[in-house]
Design a protein around this ligand. Structure first.
Ligand code: FES
Length: 249
């Protein structure tokens, strides 16, 4: 089972953080750890090339990209031929949108959601202009789940949507390491249900951004959450589990 992320151990591996700046917009420029910087420098020192040539440097780059695809597939639980590298996600999405748009007819509709990053909206708006397409925006409920009724009101036929139950339904009971724990079923970071997350040892991992919370204390053990979630005493009598939940004022 993976250990919760320890920011104190990870932070020194990012030289950019030593400048003292606080990088608050991750998608606006991801910082590289020392290992990545060293690997890139080593490659460039050894000589680089376009792919597709029949000379040794080009063949070596092809091999390197194939290895990188395998590693990325392992990391993301996908297949190597499903991995595409590019300058950044926005540029890749522009390429994808242009490719898909060539298969569409004027008047065809594309649905994005209010939750999408702009990099998944701007490319579709651009190709819609170019090809006479229509972009519709699916609404999202205040608890960050997709508003399926609103989606159907746009004329979209919904076959299946997997999303968490609405937040604030109550409390979660978890069994871990032979013990039973109870905690408020709402992540302290962005109010999504913790009961959708995985249990690792005596922590539960928030499915949205990955903060783990100690099931015994409710304290977060990693960012981005910084506030604890309430935990409640549990009593077990036979097959029954009793949770002493404080009444909310
Ligand atoms: S919503 Fe839980 S960590 Fe962000």
């Amino acid at each position: 089972m993976p250990e919760p992320l320890d920011p104190e151990a990870v932070r020194p591996r990012f030289p950019a953080l030593a400048r003292g700046a606080v990088h608050l917009d991750g998608p606006g420029g991801s910082q590289a750890p020392e290992e990545v910087i060293a690997a890139m420098a080593e490659h460039l020192r050894g000589g680089t090339s376009n792919m597709g040539g029949v000379y040794p440097t080009s063949l070596a780059v092809v091999e390197l990209v194939a290895q990188a695809r395998e590693s990325a597939a392992e990391l993301t639980g996908s297949e190597p031929d499903e991995i595409a590298f590019g300058p950044n996600m926005t540029t890749l999405n522009f390429l994808l949108a242009h490719a898909v748009a060539r298969t569409l007819q004027p008047g065809d509709e594309i649905v994005v959601t209010e939750l999408d990053h702009d990099a998944n909206i701007a490319p579709w708006l651009r190709v819609a202009d170019d090809h006479g397409l229509v972009v519709r925006t699916a609404p999202v409920r205040p608890d960050a789940t997709l508003d399926v009724d609103g989606l159907e009101a746009l004329g979209v036929q919904v076959f299946a949507v997997r999303q968490p139950e609405p937040v604030g339904l109550g409390d979660a009971v978890a069994r871990a390491e032979g013990e039973v724990f109870a905690l408020r079923d709402v992540c302290s970071h962005a109010e999504v249900p913790l009961s959708e997350g995985e249990i690792y040892d005596t922590t539960v991992e928030c499915w949205l951004h990955g903060s783990c919370f100690d099931l015994r204390t409710g304290q977060p053990t990693g960012l981005p959450a910084t506030e604890p979630v309430p935990v409640y005493p549990v009593k077990i009598e036979g097959d029954d589990v009793y949770v002493a939940v404080e009444k909310e004022s």
